[in-house]
Design a protein around this ligand. Structure first.
Ligand SMILES: Nc1ncnc2c1ncn2[C@@H]1O[C@H](COP(=O)(O)OP(=O)(O)OP(=O)(O)O)[C@@H](O)[C@H]1O
Ligand SMILES: [Mg+2]
Length: 505
């Protein structure tokens, strides 16, 4: 007992002393910026001060987010994107590795670009670059994603053939070209190499064959996502509101990596050519969540962007469960790092080594609940307060979930084509809940119904819905009441009830 009390007094004493020399959180004027020029994140742990994020005093607008699965990384990223769109009209481009953001983007009225489903990117498009520079970038991507660097002859052959195909298509290698001018494709490059092989004069035919084989991997029928003319204008992504580039359907990590790198390179060129505009906010936020080598390889554009700091008016957000997948150069150069819950000592060592926070912060990070975080900010000027502080909770935007009941299974073909009867009903979650409460559905049943609906991606056919609420104890007269409440005509109600086999009273 005495020992405990003694320790208690000791730690109190230490806390007070360190408080005098150094406050535990940055001062309120730093935490709370002009609400028209900053994004609300949550409240701090010690003084419960609202924290709003702004990059005006930071070295750059780029952000790293780390934390174990389920700690709240994506939730935080989504909230930040939404608020940036309110405050600054910021566009967002999500490079969606696992298709994790797709449903949310769809719900939020954004655009989804699915590379595996009919959209193509020609990796040789110039977007304002010189062909020479573009070839260097493509080779850099191949270096990151494949082992071509180990085969200098194959590398050289590839580079040369790319340059040659630009020349053959009428480009000057050292000129800049507008987006409209049609660039050659990887298919053209392969043809050139094949011709060379046919000629039979090249002295290392095996090298040539291997070079062709390498490139063909990205140009196979059905997997030629990067070897055809583009169906997308990548540069336009930066001005299209909320865009999800879904990479989850691509065959493997190399394809996803290539897409991510090409997108980053194009956005970077676009921003570089426009220069830092006088707007105070961010024009675009680009999200890279769990992006494999794209965030870890020294040569990646993600690292270049973060290193080059604030000259582009976009903020790159790099998120990962595994901090060691994020290159140290990213942690030491981003303006802000959000650390959510992290368990492994190895990861904590890596972060503490890169960011230099105290053991106290380290211990707290290991104990966080969902949505709690430590924030580290790199200010432009030297400061007398700690750069790392704790957030009690990230306050996110509650997602607006929309539930759909479809009538396609109860309407006849002619009703469907006549287009005079409403085909589906959409409800916001609370609205549907209230309607069910109104018809005496108990809380447990409501939870069951929503669990089932969520499992079906929040969309259900009418007859299945009726079966579902009936199975959860809703009486027939209440089902009828619910349907009447939707202004469905009596005749159709009768049809619905009788086709579900629900006994009428
Ligand atoms: N700050 C928060 N407040 C309330 N709920 C939250 C918060 N953060 C996360 N959640 C909820 O916790 C769950 C997990 O969050 P999220 O998907 O963001 O985790 P994650 O870190 O991205 O995980 P993963 O690495 O698996 O992608 C979600 O259902 C989300 O709605
Ligand atoms: Mg996530």
């Amino acid at each position: 007992m005495t020992l405990v009390r003694f320790q208690h007094i000791m730690s109190d004493e230490i806390a007070r002393r360190s408080f005098i020399s150094r406050p535990p959180e940055p001062p309120a004027e730093v935490l709370l910026s002009d609400p028209f020029q900053s994004l609300y994140v949550g409240t701090t742990k010690i003084f419960h001060v609202p924290f709003t994020w702004s990059f005006l005093n930071l070295t750059n607008p780029h952000i790293a987010v780390v934390g174990i699965t389920g700690s709240g990384k994506s939730f935080f990223v989504k909230s930040l994107i939404i608020r940036a769109s309110y405050v600054w009209g910021t566009n967002a481009v999500i490079i969606d590795w696992a298709g994790e953001y797709k449903a949310w983007v769809k719900q939020s009225g954004g655009t989804i670009v699915s590379l595996a489903k009919g959209d193509y990117i020609n990796i040789m498009d110039l977007s304002g670059m010189k062909p020479l520079d573009r070839v260097k970038q493509i080779m850099n991507s191949f270096d990151i994603l494949t082992d071509i660097a180990l085969y200098p002859e194959q590398r050289r052959l590839t580079e040369e053939a790319m340059e040659q195909s630009y020349v053959n298509s009428g480009f000057e290698l050292a000129e800049r070209y507008p987006t409209e001018k049609q660039a050659p494709t990887l298919a053209d490059v392969i043809s050139l190499l094949e011709e060379k092989l046919q000629e039979g004069t090249y002295e290392y035919p095996a090298e040539l064959e291997n070079t062709i084989y390498r490139l063909r991997q990205f140009a196979r029928e059905g997997e030629d996502y990067f070897a055809r003319r583009s169906t997308l204008d990548l540069a336009k992504l930066t001005e299209s509101g909320l865009v999800d580039v879904d990479l989850s359907g691509l065959p493997d990590e190399r394809f996803r990596g290539l897409a991510a790198l090409v997108i980053l390179q194009t956005l970077k060129e676009r921003m570089r050519s426009e220069g830092w505009s006088e707007t105070k906010g961010l024009k675009v936020m680009v999200v890279l969540d769990e992006a494999w080598k794209v965030a870890s390889d020294e040569k990646s554009d993600a690292i270049m962007i973060v290193r080059e700091g604030r000259k582009y008016n976009f903020g790159l957000i790099v998120a990962s469960q595994n901090p060691t997948d994020i290159n140290e150069a990213i942690f030491s150069n981003v303006g802000t790092t959000f650390m959510l819950r992290i368990k492994f000592e190895k990861f904590l060592n890596y972060l503490q080594g890169s960011l230099n926070f105290s053991n106290f912060i380290r211990m707290e990070i290991g104990k966080f609940g969902v949505g709690q975080a430590a924030v580290e900010m790199a200010f432009q000027t030297a400061l007398r307060f700690p750069e790392t502080f704790l957030l009690e909770k990230i306050h996110g935007e509650e997602p607006l979930y929309v539930y759909t009941i479809e009538l396609s299974d109860v309407l006849t073909q002619s009703e469907l084509s006549a287009n005079i009867i409403q085909r589906d009903y959409q409800f916001e979650k609370d609205e549907l809940k209230n309607r069910l409460i109104e018809y005496n559905v108990g809380a447990d049943s409501i939870n069951q119904v929503f669990a089932e609906l969520d499992g079906r991606n929040r969309s259900i056919k009418m007859l299945d819905f009726i079966q579902l609420i009936k199975a959860n104890g809703v009486q027939v007269n209440n089902i009828v009441g619910f349907l009447k409440g939707l202004s469905i005509e009596d005749q159709l109600i009768t049809r619905i009830i009788s086709s579900t086999g629900v006994e009428t009273v």
